[in-house]
Design a protein around this ligand. Structure first.
Ligand SMILES: Nc1ncnc2c1ncn2[C@@H]1O[C@H](COP(=O)(O)OP(=O)(O)OP(=O)(O)O)[C@@H](O)[C@H]1O
Ligand SMILES: [Mg+2]
Length: 280
């Protein structure tokens, strides 16, 4: 049963694509839910169907089987009901930053002047002040992501889907953006589904992490992240974080961990202490 505050629920979701006329299953029997105001992470190997999953939730793709429920009701016509920041930022090089940011509002029928007014109110929070009339090619990677994110936020949906929002960024910028997103999420109170391939990022940000198998992707494990909020980057060095990380890595790379145990046994045989590196 869906309780009232379940924003998204997927039941027995299946999706195949035709490749040379033959169906290739990409998602199978996916069970998933996100409650109101939660940030839910999705992690899994490349090609396992994470972006396809978000496309299905957004309504850009229809599943072959199973249901997508929003706010406790099946939502077959859900296109436009959720905000979606796709894997590529899709900023148009010929539009200024501000004109890119208001694109979603314009598509929703808001007049350009009104859309620009709303965007200007948030430009500062998104660290884009002074760049409104610049073109996307003059922005850093982090700024491009924030611009794409602002475009998604302006459309004002309760649910936001983020597909590897920081995937293209260097480690330092990524860390800053994670903290920034944490702050913003606490401010906005949205329900967020975030795809990532980064274990630390998934745990630091999420209330719950879904681990998918290789294609066809299905839910292999669900890790509840009970870390207190507000969260801060330094948490990633705490023992409780490390415990969760070991759980998540064991689901993601079982063979790898098996190797590590063999290595560990080998080292013990030789009477040497085990190196931390072995467990990574
Ligand atoms: N429209 C499509 N037609 C045919 N195959 C598709 C289509 N979209 C996705 N696929 C295939 O479905 C599989 C899953 O793709 P998807 O983009 O969902 O993976 P992903 O988990 O997001 O990968 P990554 O981590 O690399 O972004 C891939 O094998 C991909 O080639
Ligand atoms: Mg993807």
């Amino acid at each position: 049963m869906s309780s009232v505050n379940t924003k998204i629920r997927l039941r027995d979701l299946r999706k195949s694509f035709a490749v040379y006329g033959r169906p290739v299953p990409v998602l199978r029997e996916v069970e998933f839910h996100a409650r109101e105001g939660e940030l839910v992470g999705v992690i899994g190997p490349s090609g396992c169907g994470k972006s396809t999953l978000l496309n299905v939730i957004a309504g850009l793709e229809q599943p072959d089987g199973g249901t997508v429920e929003l706010d406790g009701r099946p939502a077959p016509d859900r296109l436009g009901m959720v905000g979606y920041m796709q894997q590529k930022d899709l900023l148009m090089p010929w539009r200024s930053v501000l004109d890119n940011v208001v694109l979603g509002l314009e598509i929703a029928g808001v007049r350009r002047n009104e859309a620009r007014r709303r965007a200007r109110d948030l430009v500062d929070v998104f660290g884009l002040s002074g760049y409104e009339e610049q073109y996307p090619n003059t922005l850093s990677g982090g700024m491009r992501q924030r611009a794409a994110f602002l475009r998604t936020v302006l459309v004002e949906r309760d649910v936001m889907l983020l597909d590897e929002p920081f995937g293209a960024l260097d480690a330092l910028t990524r860390t800053q953006m994670q903290e920034w997103l944490l702050g913003l999420w606490e401010m906005l109170g949205k329900t967020i589904v975030m795809v990532t391939h980064d274990v630390d990022e998934a745990l630091l940000l999420s209330d719950r992490v879904y681990v998918l198998t290789p294609r066809p992707g299905t839910v292999k494990a669900v890790v509840e992240v009970g870390l207190p909020r507000p969260r801060y980057y330094g948490m990633i060095t705490e023992p409780r974080f490390n415990d969760l990380k070991q759980q998540l890595v064991a689901h993601l790379h079982p063979a790898h961990l098996h190797q590590a145990h063999l290595h560990q046994a080998h080292l013990h045989q030789e009477g040497r202490p085990m190196s931390q590196e072995v467990l990574r």
